[in-house]
Design a protein around this ligand. Structure first.
Ligand code: FES
Length: 100
């Protein structure tokens, strides 16, 4: 895995998520109690989760309201043992980096 800069500092507002293309993957980065990153591809119908509403560690997919834990990538309803891949994130002086 390699640390890559994905955005300038401040690119993801507090309490929000934003999608970034990194190495051909779409990654959702959330700024909620620190930064968290996971694949931005809902297992239901491939929706983008990044713009979803946050409630603590849980984000709600905006399309049909399935829920994921932004720290673990775990789907918290409907299906058991479904987990999106997560990535370490660092906020450095010159921007936001993820290890991908
Ligand atoms: S695409 Fe996410 S809940 Fe349907």
């Amino acid at each position: 895995m390699t640390w890559k800069k994905i955005a300038d500092k401040g690119a993801v507002a507090a309490g929000k998520g934003k999608a970034f293309k990194v190495d051909g993957k779409q990654i959702a980065v959330f700024n909620q109690d620190g930064y968290h990153a996971m694949d931005d591809l809902c297992v239901h119908q491939d929706g983008s989760i990044a713009p979803g509403k946050l409630d603590g560690d849980i984000v709600e997919c905006p399309l049909h309201f399935w829920h994921y834990n932004i720290k673990t990538g775990q789907l918290t309803d409907y299906l058991k043992d479904v987990k999106l891949e997560t990535y370490p994130v660092q906020a450095r002086d010159d921007g936001i980096y993820i290890d991908i």
